[in-house]
Design a protein around this ligand. Sequence first.
Ligand code: ADP
Ligand code: 5GP
Length: 197
Amino acid sequence: MYMTRKGILFIISGPSGVGKGTIKKAVLPRVGDLLESISATTRKPRINEEHGREYFFLTEEEFKTWIQQDKFIEWANVYSNMYGTPREFVIKKLEQGKDVLLEIDIQGALQVKATMPEGVFIFIAPPAIEDLVDRLCNRDQDSPESIAARLAASEKEMSYMPLYDYVVVNDDLEDAVTKTEAIIIAERCKISNLNMG
Ligand code: ADP
Ligand code: 5GP
């Protein structure tokens, strides 16, 4: 083939409860050939979560060792737990020309932006802050204190939106998934992402 393509790093980020995970799950089968990076975390697995599938579940000590060994592209303390993106998988796949998706918090996305600015940064925004309250409560996975902390952080987090390449407002879910899919497809067609030979 005379045209091959570099691997593209897509980053989906936004405030907690905005619908990042929901959009990611719906988009992955629709776009195809997009590899999901599996993060490491010190949070305890939820029911139905498996080590190596949703996350690599590490102890705090193990996580700190990974930091010392420079095994993360980025890592952050998100609501009292550590989360990080393992470096090796992402770099290897991008080098092989494969596209990789990260679904990470805003602190992490800003770190990736600093070291891998060629990534495609997609900010998922709520229609209104009140929607975050409803969604976090309906998701029923966080304590009232944890929900309060997530909401308190969200105002500051919204101020980072201008650093991203795209914003998708997650009002109607199907509409948000279609927009995210369209961004990925368009980026894959960019001439600047081709290796012309
Ligand atoms: P995040 O990964 O950003 O923390 P989730 O994907 O877990 O958020 O979504 C939070 C909650 O909001 C879930 O219960 C999900 O089903 C719901 N949700 C996601 N998108 C929408 C939407 N467009 N409208 C209403 N509820 C939504
Ligand atoms: P949860 O514990 O609900 O799975 O995720 C909590 C938050 O951590 C979400 O906002 C999610 O995007 C974020 N997160 C998941 N993996 C990573 C990661 O590797 N790095 C960073 N910085 N955040 C992550």
